[in-house]
Write a protein that binds this ligand. Structure first.
Ligand code: DGT
Ligand code: CA
Ligand code: CA
Length: 572
């Protein structure tokens, strides 16, 4: 509980710092809270044990008032003062504090003028030039903030980037090359083609009659920040988004072999080369050869076929058994990106989303979704402005009033907190009124493997949820996966017809693709979702589908590849 409590005191300190603009006394409170946060974080013993032994006084920097609050939290799971201030400032301070140049007061300014509560929203506002219009800001501070965010995100996942966040950029880049007139063909290879959730660099292959001019063009486009090397067959540049990009210009005759080679991954290629050798062939980026004779080279499929394999979709090329399956003709028929009919996990500004119900549904309509489940948070998650029974009742009424207006059907859902004992954060009479309920474990995540698994099992066995949200709870770059027994969880899902989520929100990407493949051996269903907290994030549904494909899933195993009626006829 130490980390949880330290975070609460840290946030209290930030909120009092804002309050201090009105009330000078708050300044001292801010300092006291910050000291308490630091002391609690530095403890080697669990604070609950200290409390039970009546030893809170021994913690440095903890006065009477703070002691009372610790006690309140241990006894009730809440601190009233924190809840009150959080209503006033529903801002993710702990995320912003990582960004150079954003203190609590600036974070509040963003909230006051633009209702920004988290980093993703701030980024959108920066890119749409809303921040530079704020008092005290301009183009210079806009650039400084974009830079600071880039540095933070880069550090978070090392040199890699989330594919979902750079995917459109890469498509634009490729289209620019395609439309330049210097290339006959331009294709993406590497981890981007495999749809890996993070990428280390961008690999592009092209065919050109005039490689010299083509490379000149490439190294001079405005996205290029620095040219590392320039040749007529290969150039490497650093792009303005901080990623390196390799462009190879090839002969038409070996394009298929090059696509195969540079798509990878490396382990897949090594295995494939072994098979070639065992058949007396030689495989390279130039082609498949028998002695000096070319067997296949211009067409990627032909290379696989000549080796006795079925064509392997790029998403599967991770050396996870796909080569054997391709030899035995047992590769799955993967779900197609356009076979997903709806989104089953999204948020509105009724809890912690940035957009209204209407805005989210309009965007879903634009994206031709047949249905969208709005699954807001529940009351035990005040950080996310979680909704209680009354607010859910009102929300249901609101949806029923506007549902008719839209082609996209609105499913009323919830992302309901799984509480400490595995019970759910909404009474069953409310849960029964909802179309789709996802159980989520966000709190008390530091407990033992046994406890955490048990909580999941109680929730899954309750008969009250349709799905479990982002099952591992990992956040790439900041939070490791929960230590839980997935065999037991998948078995329970099988017994209770509970769906496993594949959440496409970049940091989550959860279930991860390798776990999807394991889960597939159980007789369970999956859903793919965006977990969108604003309209632009609905695009993450596409990346959730990529994870499903990388986890070997067919359409039949994905709930939201089925028509609306199937969802409406689920019973709990
Ligand atoms: P990344 O960039 O870290 O996200 O991952 P990749 O897979 O895009 O890796 P990258 O850019 O180093 O190389 C692109 C592809 O080139 C890789 O997937 C397979 C191929 N490749 C690279 N190095 C080797 C190698 O040493 N042996 C073989 N067989 N293939 C390689
Ligand atoms: Ca790469
Ligand atoms: Ca590369």
């Amino acid at each position: 509980m130490n980390e949880e409590l330290a975070n609460i005191f840290e946030e209290l300190s930030y909120m009092e710092e804002i309050e201090a603009e009105q009330d000078p006394k708050s300044k001292w409170k801010a300092i006291a809270y910050k000291n308490a946060a630091d002391s609690i974080r530095a403890l080697s013993e669990d604070i609950v044990d200290l409390y039970n032994k009546n030893k809170l006084d021994e913690i440095p920097g903890i006065g009477e008032k703070i002691k009372e609050k610790i006690e309140e939290y241990i006894k009730t799971g809440k601190i009233k003062k924190y809840e009150e201030l959080k209503q006033k400032y529903p801002i993710n301070f702990l995320e912003f504090k990582n960004i150079e140049g954003i203190g609590p007061k600036r974070a509040y300014l963003f909230y006051k003028y633009l209702k920004i509560t988290n980093l993703e929203q701030l980024k959108q506002a920066l890119y749409s030039h809303k921040i530079r219009e704020l008092p005290g800001f301009g183009e210079k501070s806009e650039n400084a903030l974009i830079n600071a965010i880039n540095i933070y995100e880069q550090n978070k996942i090392g040199e890699r980037k989330f594919l979902a966040l750079v995917y459109d950029y890469i498509q634009n880049l490729v289209n620019k090359l395609r439309n330049s007139g210097f290339f006959q063909r331009v294709e993406i290879a590497g981890s981007t083609r495999r749809m890996k959730e993070t990428i280390g660099d961008i690999d592009i292959l092209g065919i050109s009659n005039n490689p010299e001019k083509a490379m000149d063009y490439f190294t001079h486009i405005e996205e290029v920040k620095e040219v590392i090397s320039k040749g007529i067959t290969k150039s490497t540049v650093v792009l303005d988004i901080g990623l390196t990009c390799d462009l190879r210009v090839l002969e038409e005759g070996c394009f298929g072999a090059a696509m195969q080679y540079f798509t990878g991954n490396k382990d897949h290629n090594v295995e494939l080369r072994k098979i070639a050798q065992s058949k007396g062939f030689k495989l390279s980026e130039y082609g498949l050869f028998k002695e000096d004779q070319i067997i296949a080279s211009s067409d990627e499929t032909q290379i696989y076929n000549a080796l006795g394999l079925d064509y392997i979709p790029p998403e599967l090329r991770e050396n996870m058994g796909e080569i054997e399956a391709a030899i035995n003709h047992t590769l799955p028929k993967l779900v197609e990106y356009n076979e997903i009919r709806g989104d089953l996990h999204t948020h509105t500004n009724d809890s912690d989303g940035a957009n209204s119900l209407e805005e989210m549904v309009e965007e879903a309509e634009k994206r031709n979704l047949e249905y969208i489940a709005i699954t807001n948070h529940t009351k035990s998650l005040p950080v996310a402005h979680g909704m209680d029974e009354d607010r859910f009742e009102k929300f249901i009424e609101k949806v029923e009033k506007i549902r008719e207006k839209y082609k996209t059907y609105i499913l009323i859902g919830a992302e309901v907190e799984i509480l400490k004992d595995g019970s759910l954060d909404l009474p069953s009479n409310i849960l029964h009124k909802l179309d789709y309920v996802i159980g989520a474990l966000h709190q008390w995540t530091k407990e033992s493997r046994e406890e955490l698994t048990k909580r999941y099992l109680v929730a899954i066995n309750s008969g009250l949820i349709n799905a479990i949200a982002h099952p591992t709870g990992r956040q790439i770059g900041s939070r490791p996966a929960l230590d839980v027994d997935f065999s037991a969880i998948f078995e329970a899902c099988e017994k209770n017809n509970v769906v496993c989520e594949i959440d496409g929100f970049p940091e989550r990407s959860d279930l991860p693709y390798d776990l999807v493949k394991k889960a597939k051996s159980y007789n369970i269903m999956f859903h793919v979702s965006s977990d969108a907290h604003e309209v632009n994030q609905l695009r993450f549904l596409f990346f959730a589908t990529a994870i499903a494909r990388r986890g070997w899933l067919e359409k039949e195993r994905i709930l939201n590849s089925y028509p609306l009626q199937r969802i409406l006829s689920l019973h709990r």
